[in-house]
Ligand binder design. Structure first.
Ligand code: ADP
Ligand code: MG
Length: 366
């Protein structure tokens, strides 16, 4: 089962603190949506409003076309999975999964059928008679997900469900969640501050910041064409390097950018006539930079830290005027801390940000 979710001009305040300001978002049936943003930006609050655990101050929420924000949580057809998954220690896995259904008086045979099917989906049929104390952290989290599955909800709501797992288990459970979504085809909303979870799981990512939605897009749209400087700096690791623009010079079909530390850069990125220069910058991801041979054209970089990641090497350094830049070199890089290297970059991969933090990108000629 899956359903559309429509969030329409939703506002939420705690006392005088507005935490969500006129949020609107349409989610398709069967879509995997991730709310991504820094801690405190209102992700959980928005999710809890959909679940009915928080009231909506202004605006409406609909599921499958029916308005639900006035209904009690149990009548909304959603199931939520939390970061901390409180299982009942004296109950078996099967009883933990069945508990919510017994409460709403579904008959015993039907409950059993659903619990067994959910256990099979989660590959934990052999664990149904175990108590939580005899389960690993990952298995407990699967029980919590099973408890949601048996409700046969129109939508699943996950609030940072992987945060309490160690790194290896986190990436495995992430993969299992992607597979679960493929099997169930349900609408899912997943909240996280972890950009890797967002990039790997989402059909579309909703980047949230400062009470607002900053951008909605597929993972690659968010990564390659961030709408704002905030999105550009929040997504991607290492973070995008930023170099201030001191002056603009319009040329035939091109713009010359006088970039502090990088001299004149010519770009075909289309910038508006009223481009706000004060606070403007270019952004460069490390993977779009490279070390060039001595004597070739490049920016001088004095390397202070060399970070070897195996398949690639990151060079952290300062340009001649003292600005920071992170450059990618091959896994077999021979550069050492203290070296001065010359750096080139792919002009098409440049991002330009105006003084209002709006982003401009290179565009393929139509
Ligand atoms: P996130 O999940 O993105 O980390 P939250 O939705 O939990 O953020 O919180 C958003 C903002 O609302 C934060 O500033 C938080 O302190 C505040 N907040 C959340 N719940 C409450 C509450 N019950 N009472 C007062 N302030 C709250
Ligand atoms: Mg939260």
């Amino acid at each position: 089962m899956s359903a559309t979710i429509d969030i329409n001009n939703v506002t939420k305040a705690y006392g005088s603190l507005t935490v969500l300001d006129e949020i609107s978002l349409g989610i398709e049936a069967g879509e995997f949506i991730v709310f991504l943003g820094p801690s405190g930006c209102g992700k959980s609050t928005l999710l809890r409003m959909i679940a009915g655990l928080e009231s909506v101050d202004k605006g409406t929420i609909s599921i499958g076309g029916d308005r639900i924000d006035t209904l009690p949580p149990g009548k909304r057809g959603v199931a939520m999975v939390f970061q901390t998954y409180a299982l009942y220690p004296h109950m078996t896995v099967a009883q933990n999964m069945a508990f919510g259904l017994e409460n709403i008086k579904i008959d015993k045979a039907e409950i059993r059928k659903r619990v067994e099917a959910a256990a099979e989906t989660l590959e934990m049929s052999h664990l149904l008679d175990r108590k939580p104390a005899k389960l690993s952290g990952g298995q407990r989290q699967r029980v919590a997900i099973g408890r949601a599955i048996v409700k046969e909800p129109k939508a699943f709501l996950f609030d940072e469900p992987l945060s309490n797992l160690d790194a290896a288990l986190r990436s495995r459970t992430r993969l299992e969640l992607a597979q679960l979504h493929q099997r169930l085809g349900s609408t899912m909303i997943f909240v996280t501050h972890d950009q890797v979870e967002a990039m790997t799981l989402a059909h579309r990512i909703v980047v949230m910041h400062d009470r607002k939605i900053e951008q909605i897009g597929t993972p690659m749209e968010i990564y390659q064409r961030p709408a704002t400087r905030f999105v550009a700096e929040f997504v991607g690791s290492p973070a995008m390097s930023m170099l201030p623009i001191k002056a603009l010079e319009a040329k035939a079909g091109k713009t010359g950018l006088d970039v502090a530390g990088a001299g004149m850069i010519e770009t075909t990125i289309k910038l508006p006539a009223d481009f706000k220069l004060d606070g403007a910058a270019i952004g460069l991801r490390s993977e779009d930079t490279f070390v060039v041979n001595p004597g070739e054209d490049g920016l001088g970089l004095t390397v202070s830290v060399v970070e070897r990641l195996g398949e690639r090497t990151l060079l952290y350094g300062k340009l001649d005027n003292g600005l920071d830049l992170i450059v990618e070199d091959s896994g077999r890089s021979t550069v050492r801390a203290g070296d001065r290297v010359l750096v080139g970059f792919d002009e098409k991969a440049l991002h330009v940000f105006d003084g209002n933090d709006k982003a401009y990108h290179w565009q393929e000629e139509a």
